[in-house]
Design a protein. Structure first.
Length: 135
């Protein structure tokens, strides 16, 4: 059975007792740990950058949740827990990750430069406005 036939076969995707022989444990564990750590890295970057705080506020938490859920699903698959080790859950969590990463990339390349230019224009404009008088 090739890959395309497996993906389209619903009984394969929703099999409640998939085999515990899974050759991709370690690469997926490393992958989900990297996703979890990238949530922390993005949170630190957002804390330092005022413009990013506004645009990317919800994404560090989302990346951390995806990493934790992915690791939990891999643990369920390793233990052979029925219904929690369904292949469809891993596909679903990876789709959620792809959607989140594509939103981050889209915001970074489309909205971020616009926000930077408006901040620069506002600081130039505020430089020439009168300051509030101190009492």
């Amino acid at each position: 059975m090739n890959f395309a036939q497996k993906i389209t076969n619903l009984s394969y995707l929703f099999d409640p007792y998939p085999t515990t022989v899974f050759n991709y444990y370690w690469p997926l564990i490393i992958f989900f740990i990297l996703i979890f750590l990238s949530g922390f890295i993005l949170a630190v970057y957002i804390r330092k950058n005022k413009i990013s705080r506004k645009l990317f506020k919800k994404y560090p938490r989302r990346l951390k949740i995806i990493g934790i859920i992915g690791l939990l699903l891999l643990g369920c698959r390793y233990q052979g827990l029925p219904y929690l080790s369904i292949r469809f859950w891993l596909i679903l969590i990876n789709l959620w990750l792809i959607i989140s990463l594509s939103q981050i990339i889209y915001l970074y390349f489309s909205s971020y430069p616009q926000e930077v230019s408006t901040i620069i224009q506002d600081t130039d404009k505020n430089k020439y406005l009168p300051k509030k008088k101190k009492k």
